[in-house]
Design a protein around this ligand. Sequence first.
Ligand SMILES: Nc1ncnc2c1ncn2[C@@H]1O[C@H](COP(=O)(O)OP(=O)(O)OP(=O)(O)O)[C@@H](O)[C@H]1O
Ligand SMILES: [Mg+2]
Length: 463
Amino acid sequence: MSGAWTLCLDFGTAYSKAAAAPRGVWTRFRPEHVRPLMLSGQEQGGSAFLLDSAVFVDDDRILFGRAALARAEELQHRKRMALRSFKTILSVSDLDRALNTGAPHAIDPHRLFPMRDLIVLYLAYLMSAVERAATADPMLARAEAIEHRYAAPAWRSGDSLGMHGAIQRLFGEAEAFRQAIGDRILSPQGVSIKKIADTLPAALADPHEVNLGLIFEATAAAAYTSIGLPDSAANMIVVDMGAGTTDIAAIARHGQRVDEMPGARVTLKQAGDFIDRIIANIVLEDKTRARNDAQQNELWRQLMLHMRDIKESLFAEGRAVLRYEQRAVHVNMKDVERDPDFREFMKTLTQAYDDSMAVVRDVAQATGATEVQTIAVGGGAAAPFIQELLRRRPPRSGKLLIEPRPATPEWAYAKEFQGNLAPVFPQLAIAIGGALAPDAMLSAKGGTSQAAGGRNGIRVERD
Ligand SMILES: Nc1ncnc2c1ncn2[C@@H]1O[C@H](COP(=O)(O)OP(=O)(O)OP(=O)(O)O)[C@@H](O)[C@H]1O
Ligand SMILES: [Mg+2]
């Protein structure tokens, strides 16, 4: 399909995702319209749709994505770390100050880079990965014009447009940098610090004009949930448990218009990463498994390496097994549920959800609605405790129907996706919903740029 397309980026704490759809398909949807982008392309391991959000400052080079994580792991004994959760920086109230702060010593031992530089470098890497994936996609490669959007949590400060301006500027700087260095940024060897020092200052001083659309994450979730229902109205509560945060938001949708209910918005700083640490600590508590520091470090490393699969199995079957030094290490969901930190999290999460739900209930009742849809997105969507939340009935809700929606819609199993989309759908839901959403759902409208069609693949150079 040629013509005009929309592409939505979702840069998460752990993974960035992107998806594209032809413009205007929300009202006449077919699964084959959705093009989740293979951002990590040919890299080994993990899903091709997920790009690791990571930057690593090495001795004389900067590495990105999976290469950054691999190198950080090699140098763990030197207490070196990759920069990962920069998305959280983008949601602090004093953004300028946060961007100008130097990265911690473990991340940048040279003391060369303020956070801003590292974020701009990552965005340049992300945009190059997006362009590579879009060029490789047989449908998207024929697009004549592409409108870019990004998804963000609804900012608490209320100055959404100010934040949007600041983020567009970061993207503009990233684009200027990308033009200066070409696609070598996609190489597993990354880019030399010397090259960055030579080119980044000019890019920061003279950013490209970019015109991105902005869609709030909960709205994007509503867009995919409501696909094909252009004339309906719905009240929804969305729980997004990712790696870094669990966000709850509620919205009222009237056809293509979406209003967020500000009183229902909550962000908790506990999510996938927090649960990972609880699980790893439970395993390490049994000292017979790893007796000394070296063994404990190794077991921790193995656990983190396989944590996604461990959680998938824990959530689906209540238990998981890890092979470690020819032994089977068993983890039980019951042990997780007994953990004091986990219990505290459950209490806070349930309270926050109930408070948000009370707001939605009141709005639904005041407007004569008969049901509230409940939706989970993000990597943690399938967790039994999240699915349980979605079934909770608020008090004093009379005949109001509470309708949990599936974490993975039926169409994600369509043959076009060859079984690749459904297992990661909850993680891609925001990017996909953001690409499908009609303009009326945007918080800021973007412009359209000519597509990169006609390029012969991507140059990868080394300096
Ligand atoms: N099938 C699964 N079962 C359990 N957990 C999973 C599964 N798939 C992914 N995860 C976990 O989900 C998290 C990543 O989810 P997601 O991609 O939604 O996060 P993110 O968008 O990067 O983070 P955030 O939204 O907090 O910025 C990781 O903690 C990962 O281990
Ligand atoms: Mg996310």
